[in-house]
Design a protein around this ligand. Structure first.
Ligand code: GLN
Length: 290
């Protein structure tokens, strides 16, 4: 069978299974089977070998069952870095790159944090990206899930920051330490949002997504934790769900934190909230940054 025919058949099957991104997904999966960039796939005039066909058909079947592409491939790009992912860790989203942009803005050019932490690190995408941006910094990644910590360690190893990153198994409510920068993508979806979501979400860990009937339960814990683990004047950058800027800002102010701005994602949704612990602003350590 030709690549072109296999692609057309797979796109139709995925469309029939209700996948919105049917053509793109077929192309991405075919690219991965053939080891070529997805954009080059439609122009290929070759035939698929029997093993290539079997692998492609198997992957299309999984995608028809609405498994996320990132889990099928076992990887996902974040901030132009390649992260290993799989069941048990949230798939990194482009929206979360907003937190990295916000964190960079929090330090003057030529300066960076000395010690960073990630509360609920999942795949490790936030803290590992931050450690790549600030090569002088050290980090601590907290997660309640051993699977998440295994992915974080493996990704840190692959991306060359393992010797600067410690991992700790604990609920982020119990996190200890003193940090110049705290990153956090907490669960923030309401229970009804998760129930009504596309089937893909059902493959991802509930622990990383679901935050009670109002989606705000993690933020109630987070305010007090930040007040405890931020050095005076230090910065926290926290991901927000849709419409959560006002309630989270209020929650953090009530815990004595200072609101330091918000940053929109590419769909103009306020996605990253910046907060500081009161005190003299941390300038950070001198060092190159990415
Ligand atoms: N942004 C994710 C989604 O909407 C949710 C991630 C989270 O709860 N932190 O699917």
């Amino acid at each position: 069978m030709s690549v072109r025919a296999a692609l057309a058949e797979a796109s139709a099957q995925l469309m029939g299974a209700g996948v919105d991104s049917a053509r793109l997904d077929a192309r991405v999966l075919m690219g991965a089977v053939l080891g070529v960039p997805p954009a080059s796939v439609p122009a290929l005039s070759c035939a698929l070998s029997a093993p290539e066909r079997a692998q492609f058909d198997g992957w299309i079947k999984r995608r028809m069952g609405r498994e996320p592409v990132a889990y099928i491939l076992g990887r996902k790009e974040f901030w132009s870095l390649d992260f290993c992912v799989g069941p048990g860790v949230l798939v990194p989203r482009p929206d979360s790159e907003t937190l990295i942009e916000a964190a960079r803005e929090g330090f003057a050019p030529g300066y960076g944090p000395e010690i960073i932490c990630d509360l609920g690190c999942g795949s490790g995408c936030l803290i590992i990206t931050a450690l790549r941006l600030w090569p002088e910094a050290r980090g601590v990644a907290f997660d309640l899930s051993t699977t998440a910590l295994e992915y974080t360690r493996a990704n840190a190893q692959r991306l060359g920051v393992a010797e600067r990153l410690e991992t700790q198994l604990c609920d982020f409510g119990q996190a200890e330490g003193q940090f110049d920068l705290v990153l956090c993508n907490p669960p923030y979806l309401r229970e009804d949002e998760v129930a009504d979501a596309e089937p893909e979400l059902g493959f991802e860990p509930k622990l990383a997504l679901c935050a009670g009937p109002d989606g705000l339960s993690a933020y109630h814990v987070l305010g007090a934790v930040l007040q405890r683990i931020l050095r005076p004047g230090a910065l926290a950058v926290v991901e927000l769900g849709m419409g959560q800027l006002a309630p989270v800002e209020q929650e953090f102010l009530a815990k004595g934190l200072e609101f330091a701005g918000a940053r929109d994602d590419l769909s103009n949704v306020p996605r990253a909230l910046m907060a500081r612990r009161m005190g003299k602003k941390v300038v950070g350590i001198r060092g190159p940054r990415g």
